[in-house]
Design a protein around this ligand. Structure first.
Ligand code: TXA
Ligand code: MG
Length: 340
């Protein structure tokens, strides 16, 4: 059931903390997406997360903590890790570190653990009140887009699950995951904290392959081997200068209409004017990738609820968080990309 914690905050947090302490699951907001949480130190509870999501047991979870000291208790923070935590926590960056052991289920048997301190009052209050680190993947069933509202979580898991509702997530795409265990740290998943931002703090790092279409032939990084969300409609990303992109999308759209299909264009606000009466969803401003990040998963869910046979997505600039947005969009389209 959804509990609106904007009312009666303290009681809702206390109640949820009690559920966590007693081995249950609670969905809670973070600044990125909603998480499905359990006591990270309780293997049985953590296995409950894998079961509820239908997640493969060899795909490890992120542990959420309420401070650097708490992170140190479960992971070995290197100097560089501490610098990143100082610079970006609380915030949307997850550090993969050597584990201090004892969290088999969370780490999926690896000797490393992924840790982050979320930038969300409800999340931090819940962790503090529970008094334990909270393991939490995104609160969606494997195969759906990550949830950015409590209603998304409800639609995947139903009324049985306790869902703390604090409104829509501000960032909208999952945290940046950085592997700090190699000699040269590397980004395993792009997010709001970009490579440039990280390099300003600790110097040069690596970016795992397979984030961009030109890289997909290269070997996949560990977290990328799992099946990802794909919309029911055939999704095509169209890339190029914006006038040619609009021409191409309109051509493909009109061809689908003639073929008796229902197409949908996902496009930026500035370029909506090109599409006339065609059916469109606006991803946000072409010049503000943060807006697209915030809306992307909700739009994909909305599109899945329609009868669309095809979705044409106007590629956005891969700048700032736009890199993470396009990484998710490429994956959703199974790298089905038209360049014009
Ligand atoms: O923003 C987020 O990170 C959200 C919120 C809820 O915090 N969580 C999230 O969790 O996206 P999840 O489970 O959907 O994604 C975790 C990612 C996966 O790609 C997983 O493979 C990777 O982190 N990961 C976790 N532990 C790891 C480890 N020890 N080594 C390498 N990758 C790891
Ligand atoms: Mg996920």
């Amino acid at each position: 059931m959804i509990q609106d914690i904007r009312q009666d905050y303290k009681n809702h947090i206390e109640e949820a903390a009690e559920v966590i302490r007693s081995g249950g699951l609670v969905a809670f907001p973070t600044e990125t997406v909603y998480g499905l949480g359990a006591n990270a130190l309780d293997d049985v509870a953590v296995r409950g997360i894998f079961a509820a999501k239908g997640r493969p047991g060899d795909n490890p979870l992120i542990v959420h903590v309420d401070g650097v000291t708490e992170a140190e208790e479960i992971a070995q923070m290197t100097d560089e890790a501490r610098k990143l935590a100082d610079a970006f926590w609380p915030g949307p960056i997850t550090l993969v570190l050597k584990s201090r052991g004892g969290m088999q289920a969370v780490s999926a048997g690896l000797d490393t653990v992924a840790v982050r301190m979320p930038d969300n009052d409800a999340a931090l209050s819940l962790i503090s009140a529970a008094g334990v680190p909270i393991a939490a993947p995104s609160a969606n069933k494997s195969g759906s887009p990550s949830p950015t509202t409590a209603a998304h979580v409800l639609s995947d898991f139903g009324e049985e699950l306790m869902i703390l509702d604090a409104g829509a997530c501000e960032v909208g795409v999952e945290s940046t995951v950085v592997d700090m265990t190699a000699d040269v740290p590397s980004i395993l998943r792009p997010g709001a904290i970009t490579q440039e931002m990280i390099e300003e703090v600790i110097g040069e790092i690596a970016c795992a392959p397979s984030f961009t279409p030109s890289d997909v032939e290269k070997p996949m990084s560990p977290g990328m081997k799992y099946r990802h969300y794909a919309p029911r409609a055939k999704m095509t990303v169209v890339e190029g200068d914006h006038v040619s992109v609009a021409e191409a999308i309109k051509y493909l759209y009109d061809k689908d209409i003639k073929g008796g299909e229902i197409p949908l264009a996902m496009i930026s606000r500035e370029h909506k004017k090109y599409y006339g009466r065609r059916e469109v969803m606006v991803t946000g401003s072409y010049y503000s990738p943060a807006e697209a990040a915030e809306r992307l998963y909700a739009l994909l869910r909305e599109a899945d609820d329609g009868d669309y046979g095809s979705i044409y997505f106007e590629a956005l600039p891969r700048e700032g968080i736009g890199f993470a947005v396009m990484n998710r969009v490429y994956k959703a389209s199974a790298y089905n990309i038209v360049r014009v």
